[in-house]
Every structure is written in C-alpha cells, then in structure tokens.
Design a protein around this ligand. Structure first.
Ligand code: SF4
Ligand code: SF4
Length: 83
C-alpha cells in the first residue's frame, strides 16, 4: 500500500528529502507521492520515513493502493535495479 499526502499538508518540506525512493515531490499546491515509487520504505527502513517526520500526520496509507509486502519488495527491487 503506497502512502498519500492529504490536503492538510502545510508544505513544510520535511518529508521530501527523507524518502529513499525519491517518491515525494512538490505538486501544484502541496507535496505529493508517486505511488509507483513508494514502497512503504520496504527494502530501506522498517517504518515509512515520511510518516515519522511529518509534523501534522497528514501522510496516511492510500486505501486505493493495496499491495502485499511481497509486491512492495518486488517494487523496491525494480526501483533499485533502475537506478
Ligand atoms: S513511505 Fe517511504 S517510500 Fe513511501 S513516500 Fe514515504 S518515505 Fe517514500
Ligand atoms: S512533512 Fe507533512 S506537512 Fe510537511 S511537506 Fe511533507 S506531507 Fe506536507
């Protein structure tokens, strides 16, 4: 399950540099997450790093992006191989 940023985001810039996959970017109005690059931090960390640092807890799991740990690990391997 990838994560998503809600419109409560205050553009504090804290999460973007923490993402090991470069999945977080500045969108039109708030920061956004590219779900094709978000692995829930699987492969890098035990917990989603963006959630850890967001001061207002506006980065929930995206209910429309359900993925198993195995699928997330495969995504991690694809991203790593592409780098
Ligand atoms: S959960 Fe991890 S991979 Fe996904 S956006 Fe947050 S920091 Fe990046
Ligand atoms: S840490 Fe939270 S509030 Fe700050 S830019 Fe990221 S999503 Fe927005």
């Amino acid at each position: 399950m990838a994560l998503m940023i809600t419109d409560e985001c205050i553009n504090c810039d804290v999460c973007e540099p923490e993402c090991p996959n470069g999945a977080i970017y500045q969108g039109q109005e708030i920061y956004e997450i590219d779900s094709s690059l978000c692995t829930e931090c699987v492969g890098h960390f035990s917990k989603p790093q963006c959630q850890q640092v967001c001061p207002i807890d506006c980065i929930p799991f995206d209910p429309d992006m359900r993925e198993t740990k195995e699928q997330l690990h495969e995504k991690y391997l694809r991203i790593t191989a592409a780098k």
